[in-house]
Write a protein that binds this ligand. Structure first.
Ligand code: B12
Length: 294
C-alpha cells in the first residue's frame, strides 16, 4: 500500500468517517469577499482578520505541500425535543476537543510514517476555509444551505485538516452538486437567513444563539422557533440527511438533554454542561437567550 493509502486507513481506523487529500492551492476569493462585503459576518470580527491566510493555505503554513481533509460523522440519532431545542452538534462532548484528540493521534502516525515531516492540524478556529478544502479533497459538495454534504453521512459531519510538508498525490475533487432543484433548506430557514449558497449570519439562529455579541437581535424574538443553542433546520429538511447513520464516536453521544426550559444556577450550569459547546459559549449567553423563551 502506498503512503497515502496507509494514512487513509489509519484515519478510518481512528474513527474518521471520510478522508481526502488535496494540494494547497489558493481558494477562489469570490465567495468570502462577497460574503464580507455584505457584512454577513455580523459581530464575528475574526472573519475579517487574516483574509490572506484564509484564502491561501501556504501563507498560513509555508511548508505545506498536502492538506488532509477529515470528516467525522456526529449524527446522534433521533432526538425528541421539548419546547426548546439545542442543536445536535452541541449535545455531545465539545467537538473541538474530540477532533483535536483524534487528529493528534493521526498526526503522530504521520510523523512515524514520514520521518522529519512538518505538520499542523486545525479544527474550526484557524483561518481555514474548511468546507471548500473538503470539497476539493473529494469529501462532498457544498450545498445550498452552505453545508459540506457527503453522500454517506449527509451534512452531519465536522471537519478538520492536517497540513503536511510532504507532497502526496491529491484525490479527485468533488465536482458534482447533488442539490438539484431542491431548495427545502432555503424555504425552511426560520429567519430567511439563507439564499442558495449564501448565508447571512446576522439572521441565522445559530449565529444569534451562539456567536453574536451584544443584545439579542429583534429577529430572535419575532421568529423564535425554539432553538436556544445553534439551529439545525436547514439540515433537518435536507433530503441527503434522511439516511443519516448514527455516529459510532462515543464522545458524540448526547450527554445533555436536548431541551433546557429554565435557567440553572451558574454553578449548576458549569457542572451540567462541563466539556460541551454550551460551556464553551458561556453561562451569560444562554442566560440572555433563555429570557426570550416564554
Ligand atoms: C463562521 C462560521 C459559522 C457562521 C457562518 C456560517 C456560514 N455559512 O458562513 C455561523 C455562526 C452562522 C455558523 C453556523 C453553523 N455552523 Co459554522 N462555521 C463557521 C466557520 C468558523 C467559518 C465559515 C466561513 O468561512 N464562512 C464564510 C463563508 C464565505 O464560507 P463557507 O462557510 O465556506 O460558506 C460558503 C460556501 O458554502 C460558499 N460556497 C458555495 N460554493 C463555493 C465554492 C467555493 C470555491 C467557496 C470558497 C465557497 C463556496 O457559499 C457560502 C457563502 O455564504 C467554519 C469553520 C471554518 N474555519 O471553516 C464553521 C463550520 C462551517 N460550521 C459548522 C457547523 C457544524 C455549523 C452549524 C451546523 C452549527 C449549528 N447546528 O448551529 C451551523 C450551520 C449554519 C449554516 N447553514 O452554515 C461546520 C460545518 C460542517 C459542514 N458539514 O459543513 C464547520 C466547518 C466547523 C467544523 N470544523 O466542523 N458557522
Amino acid at each position: 500500500m502506498e503512503k497515502k493509502e496507509r494514512i487513509r486507513s489509519k484515519a478510518l481506523e481512528l474513527g474518521f468517517s471520510k478522508v481526502g487529500f488535496t494540494s494547497p492551492e489558493k481558494i477562489p476569493e469570490k465567495f468570502l469577499i462577497q460574503w464580507l462585503s455584505r457584512r454577513a459576518e455580523g459581530t464575528m470580527a475574526y472573519m475579517r482578520r487574516n483574509i490572506e491566510l484564509r484564502l491561501d493555505p501556504r501563507k498560513l503554513f509555508p511548508p505545506v505541500k498536502t492538506i488532509i481533509s477529515l470528516a467525522v460523522n456526529y449524527y446522534p440519532g433521533k432526538i425528541h425535543y421539548g419546547k426548546t431545542r439545542i442543536s445536535r452538534y452541541a449535545l455531545g462532548r465539545d467537538y473541538h476537543r474530540v477532533l483535536k484528540k483524534m487528529m493528534k493521534r493521526l498526526f503522530y502516525y504521520i510523523k512515524e510514517e514520514i520521518p522529519g515531516v512538518k505538520a499542523r492540524f486545525f479544527v474550526d478556529s484557524a483561518p481555514v476555509m474548511e468546507r471548500e478544502l473538503a470539497r476539493r479533497a473529494g469529501l462532498g459538495w457544498i450545498g445550498k444551505n452552505t453545508m459540506l454534504i457527503t453522500k454517506e453521512y449527509g451534512s452531519w459531519v465536522f471537519l478538520g485538516e492536517i497540513f503536511i510538508s510532504e507532497a502526496l498525490p491529491p484525490d479527485e475533487p468533488f465536482r458534482k452538486n447533488h442539490c438539484g432543484t431542491c431548495s427545502l433548506c432555503v424555504e425552511s430557514c426560520p429567519t430567511g437567513a439563507l439564499k442558495p449558497y449564501f448565508l447571512d449570519a446576522r439572521l441565522c439562529l445559530s449565529y444569534i444563539t451562539v456567536e453574536h455579541k451584544g443584545e439579542v437581535p429583534e429577529i430572535y424574538r419575532l421568529k423564535n422557533s425554539g432553538w436556544i443553542f445553534g439551529c439545525d433546520t436547514c439540515q433537518e429538511v435536507c433530503p441527503w440527511n434522511r439516511r443519516a447513520q448514527r455516529t459510532n464516536i462515543k464522545d458524540f453521544e448526547p450527554r445533555i438533554p436536548p431541551s433546557l426550559d429554565s435557567l440553572p444556577s451558574k454553578k449548576e450550569f458549569e457542572k451540567r454542561f462541563q466539556g460541551t459547546a454550551l460551556k464553551r459559549a458561556g453561562y451569560e449567553k444562554i442566560k440572555k437567550i433563555l429570557t426570550f423563551i416564554k
